[in-house]
Write a protein that binds this ligand. Structure first.
Ligand code: NAP
Ligand code: 8YV
Length: 317
């Protein structure tokens, strides 16, 4: 097929949602993940690549940015951009865009769903009924959510939305962030360990990357204690997964509900086989409605750039 030279060429660095790919293919010359295992092909097309389409899990390291001499813009299908070397991009004057706000409700909904699931043991109860175990006797009692104490590690767009939902359950809300939010009436703790000591549910919703790597470590889990539950909808890197496995195996915490993992899609057997966990496959923004809105925004950013218009949602310098 003849290449349409009027279309900008872009490199897709993730397994993107098919309807989004359709929109990209209609407007750009799309090179789909050729950088992953085809050094010769990427070297051949590198001088033409003007845009990158990534997602929240994508790696866009400085080396790739350096290789693409004509690169003008990086659009992330996701609010988190911890896999993109934003410093290296900005140093070359290349803007990075993401998809904030449009996914906030879904991620907050899944955060609460995971909290309810681990506390009330909904997946375990479902298994119990399906296995016909009910005929032998009742399911053991579970943990009440309404009125319990929630601790949020991160109180940004999504953290705030989770806090509002938790208030609807009559939960008390406390949080930790690097900077105390003067406008917030929730109780502030200066670090995750101090927060964990005071709550029943510790829910993590910070960005990933170097600044939060291993923030939830053995000390934090020990502070959460044998009655406490951990919920992570942020990034796998924020929780020290080995420390978590150790805490689960030694009943140092009551349970964990996780949407994100250190090495996705690989989840350690120790977590997969544990009775007191609820696991979901990085699906917090995965509804038709939200993925459509994310695709529109991620595409809109690329389109704005190549039309010489202001970007819709650039990541701040
Ligand atoms: P946001 O509005 O930027 O909020 C981030 C919050 O994290 C802020 O309150 C920030 O406060 C806090 N924070 C940053 N570094 C911290 C640290 N070292 N210790 C404690 N708190 C820290 O972002 P958002 O829109 O709420 O999204 C948050 C993250 O959720 C994303 O970056 C992404 O990683 C994750 N996410 C996951 C999914 C999923 O599918 N599971 C979907 C969407 C988003 P300070 O700056 O004051 O510290
Ligand atoms: C998506 C995410 O699952 O927005 C983020 O940061 O992690 C998620 O919304 C992801 O970007 C799509 O693959």
């Amino acid at each position: 097929m003849e290449k349409d030279l009027s279309k900008p060429e872009i490199l897709v660095v993730a397994n993107l949602w098919p309807p989004y790919m359709d929109a990209l293919r209609a407007t750009f010359v799309v090179h789909d993940r050729v950088h992953v295992n085809d050094a010769e092909r990427i070297a051949a097309i590198a001088p033409q690549i003007r845009g990158i389409a990534a997602n929240g899990e994508s790696k866009v390291p400085a080396e790739l940015i350096k290789q693409l001499a004509a690169l003008e813009v990086i659009s992330v299908f996701g609010v988190g951009y911890d896999g993109v070397d934003v410093g290296a991009a900005h140093a070359r004057g290349i803007p990075v865009t993401n998809t904030p706000d449009v996914l906030t409700d879904d991620v907050a909904d899944l955060g609460m769903a995971l909290l309810l699931s681990i506390a009330r043991r909904i997946p375990q109860a479902d298994k119990f009924v399906r296995a016909n175990s009910w005929v032998k006797g009742p399911l053991p009692l579970t943990r009440k959510v309404s009125g319990a104490r929630l601790g949020l590690v991160g109180l940004g767009r999504i953290g705030q939305a989770i806090a509002s939902r938790a208030e609807g359950f009559g939960m008390s809300v406390a949080y930790t962030t690097r900077h105390k939010k003067s406008e917030s009436s929730y109780t502030y703790y200066p670090n995750a360990q101090a927060l964990a000591r005071e709550v029943d549910f510790l829910l993590v919703i910070t960005p990933g990357g170097a600044g939060t790597r291993g923030l939830i470590n053995a000390d934090v889990l020990s502070a959460l204690g044998p009655e406490g539950f951990l919920i992570n909808v942020a990034r796998g890197s924020v929780v020290d997964q080995s420390a978590l496995v150790h805490a689960m195996q030694h009943n140092l915490i009551a349970g964990a509900a996780l949407d994100v993992f250190e090495d996705e899609p690989n989840v350690p057997e120790a977590l997969r086989l544990h009775e007191n966990v609820v696991l979901t496959p990085h699906m917090a923004s995965g509804t038709w409605e939200t993925r459509r809105a994310m695709a529109d925004l991620a595409f809109g950013n690329l389109q704005a750039h190549f039309s010489g218009l202001p970007l819709l949602t650039p990541v701040a310098k």
